[in-house]
Design a protein around this ligand. Structure first.
Ligand SMILES: *[C@@H]1O[C@H](CO)[C@@H](O)[C@H](O)[C@H]1NC(C)=O
Ligand SMILES: *[C@@H]1O[C@H](CO)[C@@H](O)[C@H](O)[C@H]1NC(C)=O
Ligand SMILES: *[C@@H]1O[C@H](CO)[C@@H](O)[C@H](O)[C@H]1NC(C)=O
Ligand SMILES: *[C@@H]1O[C@H](CO)[C@@H](O)[C@H](O)[C@H]1NC(C)=O
Ligand SMILES: *[C@@H]1O[C@H](CO)[C@@H](O)[C@H](O)[C@H]1NC(C)=O
Ligand SMILES: *[C@@H]1O[C@H](CO)[C@@H](O)[C@H](O)[C@H]1NC(C)=O
Ligand SMILES: *[C@@H]1O[C@H](CO)[C@@H](O)[C@H](O)[C@H]1NC(C)=O
Length: 409
């Protein structure tokens, strides 16, 4: 959910500004450099994660599978590359399970007037022979900020798959915070909610570019790496599933599948959340069950204020800034485990999983991934972001409308 994405990014920048960086000019140039470099770093290190994007396969038949590499930017954003139009224009997009729409920054968004468009790759429909006009306006009021643009159609290709005449939004206004994001837009992986709008994955199926109505998401837990993980279109990759050796046999953990309750959000029922403080002290929140969604666009785990307060009490976290909490870094490996019970199975996070260590110059903080919800709509819904998803591989079935979870390898 993008508001958190912005919040966390802005927060980190504020932390950097607050801590011991007398030279503001230097801080600024550091951030800009980060804006420009993740892809370059990736290339320089020669990491090969998933398959190469531009590799073109012969033959138009539907594929069983396809895989998109995700990169990580700062702490909270996972993004990958897409190619739009002909000749292809390359843009980075965040793959977001909380959105059904896809959008990119338009060349009509003036970097001079709209700071948020600065430093971004922009899509120019005038340079694409496959562009088809739609032109209907798009406006979304997200409370603290607005997004404004218009609909267009063009070919979009991701990894080995491409679709024709995908409907998407060209944004002509984005909030200034967007300047901190590496992504130039969003590829919505939410379920179809609008009869008149086919999300990208539905177009892939409709145009028979892919066989199976499922995709799966693996997020890399190594925070030092900008290789953020993979989105797998049409398949589950067993190499991301936790396995045990029983005698000579390898046994993979089973996915826990849950029905989806709210089609916009891949929303499901969570049974309870238990902080195992000590043998005879369990702090239980979401005691009678609660609603939850997954969010690939942010690292945070967001919950109702009262519940997050109880968790922060139990892990001795202190408010640091902007509703973000820190724990003493020396205690991280002794922090209680937290069980998220889904469909009767416990999905357990340890202190290392739900905290993020951040260093800048000589300052190191250990930030809690838990954030209290700041809007009324979110008071009864948990949002499980990257801190959770890095430990659990998820599979999404758009036909059966189920979501599956399994421990990652
Ligand atoms: C898109 O797919 C068509 C046919 O499947 C292929 O000829 C074309 O090269 C692909 N374009 C890209 C950019 O991958
Ligand atoms: C994915 O599907 C393609 C074509 O359907 C096949 O050639 C390829 O081997 C598959 N790759 C994996 C990793 O399953
Ligand atoms: C766009 O779609 C058209 C129509 O299917 C196709 O001929 C063309 O190769 C596609 N271009 C790209 C760049 O994928
Ligand atoms: C495309 O070209 C037309 C006419 O040359 C111009 O009016 C329009 O602003 C251009 N669109 C973009 C997105 O630059
Ligand atoms: C967003 O748009 C609505 C309607 O156009 C407007 O009332 C509101 O003030 C805008 N909010 C922001 C933060 O710009
Ligand atoms: C997975 O499910 C199958 C069939 O229900 C069962 O036989 C198997 O033991 C399960 N595997 C694990 C690791 O629990
Ligand atoms: C899940 O965790 C809860 C609380 O920590 C515990 O009471 C329960 O027995 C666990 N369930 C399983 C199946 O391990």
């Amino acid at each position: 959910m993008m508001s958190h994405c912005y919040l966390v990014t802005t927060f980190i920048l504020l932390v950097l500004a607050k801590y011991g960086v007398a030279d503001k000019k230097h801080t600024f140039s550091f951030e800009i450099r980060r804006q420009k470099t993740p892809t370059e770093q990736y290339i320089n290190h020669g990491h090969h994660f998933g398959r190469k994007f531009q590799e073109v396969i012969e033959g138009p038949g539907p594929r069983d599978n396809d895989s998109i590499a995700l990169y990580r930017f700062l702490d909270d954003e996972f993004y990958g590359e897409i190619v739009i139009g002909h000749p292809g224009q390359k843009l980075n997009v965040a793959f977001d399970t909380t959105w059904s729409y896809s959008w990119v920054i338009s060349s009509k968004c003036s970097s001079i007037k709209t700071i948020g468009c600065y430093f971004h790759n922009k899509y120019d429909h005038n340079k694409s022979s496959e562009y088809k006009k739609d032109g209907r306006p798009f406006a979304m009021d997200l409370g603290t900020y607005n997004l404004t643009g218009f609909y267009s159609y063009d070919n979009i290709s991701i990894a080995h798959s491409n679709v024709t005449a995908q409907s998407f939004i060209e944004m002509v206004y984005v909030p200034y915070e967007f300047v901190f994001n590496k992504a130039d837009g969003v590829m919505g992986l939410g379920l179809k909610t609008d009869e008149n709008y086919d999300p990208f994955f539905y177009t892939l199926l409709k145009q028979k570019k892919i066989k199976n109505p499922i995709f799966s998401i693996y997020l890399n837990r190594d925070r030092q790496s900008n290789r953020g993980g993979n989105v797998m279109l049409g398949f589950v990759d067993l190499k991301h599933v936790h396995k045990t050796k029983v005698g000579k046999k390898i046994v993979y953990d089973n996915f826990t599948y849950l029905p989806v309750e709210n089609y916009a959000y891949w929303q499901f029922q969570m049974d309870q959340v238990v902080v195992k403080v000590s043998k005879d002290n369990n702090v239980v929140v979401c005691e009678k069950g609660c609603k939850a969604i997954v969010d690939t666009s942010s690292n945070a785990i967001v919950g109702p204020q009262a519940d997050i307060a109880q968790i922060h009490d139990a892990i001795n976290a202190n408010e640091f800034f902007l509703h973000r909490y820190t724990v003493n870094c020396d205690t991280v490996n002794k922090l209680p485990k937290i069980d998220f019970m889904l469909g009767g199975t416990n999905f357990t996070l340890s202190g290392e999983d739900y905290t993020v260590k951040m260093s800048y110059h000589s300052v190191t903080i250990c930030l809690s991934a838990f954030i209290p919800a700041n809007t009324i709509q979110e008071q009864d819904r948990w949002i499980l972001g990257g801190a959770f998803l890095a430990e659990f591989y998820t599979v999404y079935d758009v036909q059966a409308r189920t979501i599956g979870f399994v421990k990652t390898n």
